[in-house]
Design a protein around this ligand. Structure first.
Ligand SMILES: [Zn+2]
Length: 164
């Protein structure tokens, strides 16, 4: 994406952040830019994040190159993508430049390296997330079972409290 487009994107994001209702006010400008550029869709699973307040509330932007390793790109909109909570949890701190299975490492040191390899990095991450066998899904199923057991136990044990 050319520099000029990023300047325009920044202006639009700035305006959105100042708009009413003050829904976007607490967000980092880089995140708002990423959301606008990505049309509000998770760049890994294509889910539309403005589907409901609940979905959006949990969603975030993902650092394509993890901020723990790439200090330089921490607030860089080009290193951010709109991302749903599930994809974000699966990806964590995974680094598409060096950890992609069976693919050569990419050396990304400058913004220009990032620009050149950006599509490739997103593609690698998407594949990684699709490959990762429903780890979070399985944990969630277990947590849901524990919750439902607790609800059942409570409502079985205290029928008079329930009707009071
Ligand atoms: Zn997603």
């Amino acid at each position: 994406m050319p520099k000029e487009d990023y300047r325009r994107l920044q202006e639009i994001a700035q305006r959105l952040r100042n708009s009413e209702p003050p829904f976007f006010r607490g967000n980092h400008i880089g995140s708002i830019q990423a959301f606008v550029r990505d049309a509000g869709k998770c760049q890994y699973c294509s889910r539309y994040l403005y589907e409901s307040y609940a979905v959006l509330g949990d969603s975030d932007t993902d650092h394509i190159l993890p901020r723990s390793k790439y200090e330089l790109f921490k607030h860089e909109a080009r290193n951010l993508v709109a991302c749903c909570i599930e994809c974000n949890k699966i990806k964590g701190d995974w680094d598409p430049a060096t950890e992609a299975m069976g693919q050569r490492s990419l050396e990304i040191r400058t913004l220009s390296d990032l620009e050149t390899q950006r599509d490739e990095l997103i593609k690698r991450t998407r594949e990684h997330i699709q490959r990762t066998p429903g780890k979070w899904q399985a944990l969630f199923e277990k947590a849901r079972q524990n919750f439902e057991d607790a609800v059942a136990e409570y409502h079985r044990a205290a029928p008079e409290a329930k009707s009071a």
